[in-house]
Design a protein around this ligand. Structure first.
Ligand code: DC
Length: 212
């Protein structure tokens, strides 16, 4: 049983996917963390997106400890992740891990929830249910600002908004596996929904699909 959740940056996919996975006893994979790990690999070795060989090498060598590194969640890591994610070979290198996780969820879980940008379109086109979770850029920026402030990090709304808009542009305009709603995905606009309401709305879509 595979549930694919795609959508733009800071739309609340992760919070929703984690909650659904817990509720359904499914395994959860945050595919963005893999692209962030490639970016963090580069940052740690003092490289950037301009050295293609370095970018490709960084995507072949993802130590599990990188996925636990607090720097993975930094805005700079997310921004660089979006840049390296446009590389076709990087995407190929990460594809098998994601597909294998979805097909064989760890710990014998009955299903997997994978979130990202191209899960319903490229990674798991055969998913049993596809959700496309979105919200306006302004609302997403507000949520990201609140999240940063709760961590004690000073945040400026305009800066966050322009970063989110830049990421939307890079993620949706790249040639390989761009962010796009799959034809058979159900749109969930969370602009006016809090996390609880988004969760209930998603459950309301999952139950009729006979996934639980
Ligand atoms: O979901 P996130 O913000 O953690 O993802 C970081 C970047 O990784 C995102 O801007 C684009 C890239 N990404 C991708 O290209 N494909 C995915 N399936 C997941 C993330």
């Amino acid at each position: 049983m595979i549930i694919a959740i795609d959508g733009p940056a800071a739309a609340g996919k992760g919070t929703l996917a984690r909650r659904l996975a817990k509720h359904l006893n499914f395994a959860y994979l945050d595919s963005g963390s893999l692209y962030r790990a490639v970016a963090l690999n580069l940052i740690i070795s003092g490289q950037d997106e301009n050295n293609e060989d370095g970018v490709i090498a960084a995507s072949k060598n993802i130590e599990p400890s990188l996925l636990e590194d607090p720097r993975l969640r930094d805005e700079a890591t997310g921004h660089l992740a979006s840049k390296v994610a446009s590389n076709k070979i990087v995407r190929e290198n990460l594809l098998h891990f994601q597909q294998n996780f979805a097909a064989n969820p760890p710990n014998g879980e009955a299903g997997a929830i994978v979130d990202g940008r191209d899960i319903g379109t490229v990674v798991c086109p055969e998913a049993d249910l596809k959700l496309f979770v979105t919200a306006t850029a302004d609302e997403r920026a507000k949520r990201r600002q609140l999240e940063l402030e709760q961590k004690g990090i000073a945040a400026n709304h305009e800066n966050i908004l322009s970063d989110i808009q830049a990421r939307d542009k890079m993620d949706s305009e790249r040639a390989t596996s761009p962010l796009v709603q799959a034809e058979d995905a159900i749109l969930l606009d969370t602009t006016n929904l809090n996390a609880e309401k988004a969760f209930q709305a998603a459950l309301g879509l999952i139950k009729p699909a006979n996934l639980v």
